[in-house]
Design a protein around this ligand. Structure first.
Ligand code: 8X3
Length: 249
């Protein structure tokens, strides 16, 4: 008797934590559906890890329906990773379009993908749903209003899902990383300003890497079916809170 490989979907798989998580899940034997907007990147990643590239903008409901069709009737792991921060303005000077963009990708994107793939997760008999939150979903900080609001949204949606899915064969986890040194997250937040992005990590000896978060994803995804990790907060040793950071010269 042959067993079908287990399937995982990773959104935002074109770079950073998403790409690293796709690799980590493939290492654990999953066939990974790599979903993102940048086709060249997900095709290269899928070729590297023996996965499937699915072009998908998580804010586009038709794209997400196509993703669900591609995955088919069962799915073992869903990592809602697509998200990000745009801008560092104080609330008094914030632009609605930037807040909308953050709410759209972080919250509505997670909603769209979860809604379309939930039946397949349930049908697997042991689905694992992992939402990529952030320490920004647990605290407020100056200049982070739009992003913290969106990530608080992800945190509350994750808790709501755990309540609503009680009794169904689906585990629900929020991963909440703090300082992770990926290239694109900071560049997008600072609108392409490399020196501002680099300042965030200045003097911090070892910020977390995308692989650190990917290890956590792979661990959560391969625990025995009765073990649910509700929330995992991950920070580098050099970071006690969002604003209390140990920097060396
Ligand atoms: C990233 C964490 O500190 O930039 O999700 O808000 S922080």
């Amino acid at each position: 008797m042959t067993t079908e490989p287990r399937k995982a979907v990773v959104t935002g798989a074109s770079s950073g934590i998403g790409a690293a998580s796709a690799r980590a899940l493939a290492d654990k034997g999953f066939t990974v559906y790599c979903a993102a907007r940048r086709v060249d990147r997900i095709e290269a990643l899928a070729a590297e890890i023996g996965g499937v590239a699915v072009p998908c903008d998580v804010t586009d409901e038709a794209d997400v329906r196509r993703l669900a069709e591609r995955v088919g009737p069962t799915l073992d792991v869903l990592l809602n990773n697509a998200g990000g921060a745009v801008g560092v303005d104080e609330v008094a000077h914030s632009k609605a379009e930037e807040w909308r963009e953050m709410y759209d990708v972080n919250v509505i994107g997670t909603l769209n993908v979860t809604r379309e793939l939930l039946p397949a997760l349930i049908a697997s008999g042991d689905g694992v749903l992992i939402n990529m939150g952030s320490t920004a979903g647990r605290i407020a900080y100056e200049g982070g209003g739009g992003y913290t609001a969106a990530k608080h949204g992800v945190a509350v949606m994750t808790e709501t899902l755990r309540l609503e899915l009680l009794g169904q064969p689906v585990r629900v986890t929020e991963l909440a990383p703090g300082m992770v040194a990926t290239e694109e997250f900071g560049l997008r937040r600072f609108r392409g300003d490399q020196s501002k992005r680099d300042e965030v990590y200045a003097g911090v000896r070892n910020p977390l890497t995308a692989d650190d978060i990917a290890n956590a994803v792979a661990w959560v995804a391969t625990l025995p079916p009765h073990v649910n990790i509700d929330l995992m907060v991950l920070r580098p040793r050099a970071q006690a809170t969002q604003t209390k950071i140990h920097r060396e010269d």
